[in-house]
Design a protein around this ligand. Structure first.
Ligand code: ZN
Length: 411
């Protein structure tokens, strides 16, 4: 989806602000001699921004307005070194609330709902974003924050919460506790809004079934407001995102060129109206694709597919970008195989080959199962892998993170 004229006008106003502030991106623009863009091609020639740029700007180097206009900061947890600090103006805070309220509306939530919010409050953007959207919508917030399962379940019953906001892992834990304690008849939950960490279809189905609720994936990252920049609607055909606030491109993470709609790649986001810390062509390293066409709900907002992982996981085989999560998803549809698998990529006789090892018990026909899996992989990825079926327990296990992809081409 190419950038529109009205989006380009908004980008130009951000370029002007960044040049004036002279922060890291203002300097990049100055070096490139750019003062404005007028075509999609010129926009696509703008430099990217990276998380490392944001980290280098610590503490307040991203600020793009005078300090008296900043009303709040948030921070993303840095696993290495310094965190990233994002300054917000009053308008940024308001815009975020508007986007988040829209997310709740897309999930069919109304002011009659009671929303139990379990993500954390504080420096990071989660809890407070869920709260702001809820208040703007006019629903009742039950601001629990994370943990304390006893109290969560008590409040869920006493307050008759109808919506649960949480991570997928916490939703799973709560659903198991509710089952274990036989509380299912005492809770009134109808919907779950689940943060966008990658979760398998199996886990999703499990939570939905066990709680008897509809689930919605919400997308966002601290660098770009926080959660609330996109959500799926009830047709569950991808996450609608708010292109009046953001321009999203999908790029090939190797060539850095935009890919056509429908193709998988890295999500790159430009904020169109953000004041405190506008970002242009910010590389999220999240993998997804833009879903072409219109959603049955009739919304004019474009759609992003579920996040399929991170760019660091990507493999290029026979010229095709492949993600381990795609293979994992295919294997999950085969109840005969265990949760363990291994992917080996090698280069033989001038050709890339992919071997997939899976485990099963002795009661199935190995060759027939291998053929079915290979056919399914071909239908999704476009080429046929070699599938090797082995006895349960033969693939390596690890107490830490099991290494599932071995690329022998670079050994
Ligand atoms: Zn829709």
């Amino acid at each position: 989806m190419r950038i529109s004229d009205s989006q380009i006008r908004l980008v130009n106003s951000r370029i002007e602000a960044l040049l004036k502030a002279g922060n890291f991106y203002g300097k990049k623009l100055k070096e490139a001699g750019v003062t404005s863009v007028s075509t999609p091609e010129e926009f696509e020639a703008l430099p990217f921004s990276e998380k490392s740029d944001l980290r280098d700007a610590y503490p307040l180097g991203l600020m793009t307005v005078p300090e008296d206009q900043i009303v709040r900061i948030h921070s993303s947890s840095g696993t290495t070194g310094l965190p990233v600090i994002i300054p917000y103006t009053a308008k940024d805070v308001e815009d975020w609330g508007i986007m988040f309220a829209r997310c709740y509306e897309y999930a069919g939530i109304t002011k009659k709902d009671r929303i139990q919010i379990t993500p954390g409050y504080g420096l990071w953007t989660a809890g407070i974003g869920f709260q702001a959207g809820c208040e703007r919508l006019g629903a009742m917030a039950i601001p629990m924050g994370p943990g304390n399962t006893e109290k969560q379940l008590q409040m869920m019953q006493d307050m008759e919460s109808t919506v649960l906001c949480s991570t997928s892992s916490y939703a799973l834990l709560l659903s198991e506790e509710i089952e274990k304690r036989g509380l299912k008849n005492k809770i009134k939950l109808k919907k779950g809004i689940i943060g966008s960490e990658r979760w398998s279809a199996k886990m999703r189905a499990r939570i939905a079934e066990s709680l008897g609720i509809e689930l919605y994936d919400i997308y966002g990252l601290t660098e770009i407001y926080g959660p609330g920049i996109g959500i799926n609607c009830k047709y569950n055909t991808g996450m609608h995102y708010w292109d009046d606030y953001l321009y999203i491109e999908i790029i090939d993470p190797k060539t850095l060129k935009p890919v056509p709609d429908g193709e998988m790649g890295e999500i790159v986001i430009t904020t169109l109206v953000k004041e405190g810390a506008p970002l242009i062509r910010y590389r999220t390293h999240d993998l997804s694709r833009i879903i072409p066409g219109k959603c049955p709900c009739g919304s004019r907002y474009p759609r992003l597919d579920t996040i399929m992982g991170r760019t660091d996981d990507m493999m290029k085989i026979k010229g095709v970008n492949v993600f381990p999560s795609q293979i994992e998803e295919i294997l999950q549809a085969f109840p005969e195989v265990s949760s363990e698998y291994q992917i080996r990529i090698s280069h033989l006789d001038g050709k890339d080959t992919m071997r997939i090892y899976v485990e099963t018990n002795g009661s199935v026909n190995f060759a027939e199962l291998a053929d079915r899996i290979a056919a399914k992989v071909k239908s999704v990825i476009g080429f046929t892998p070699l599938v090797k079926v082995v006895e349960n327990g033969l693939l390596p296990r690890s107490e830490k993170k099991t290494k599932r992809v071995i690329d022998e081409r670079y050994d």
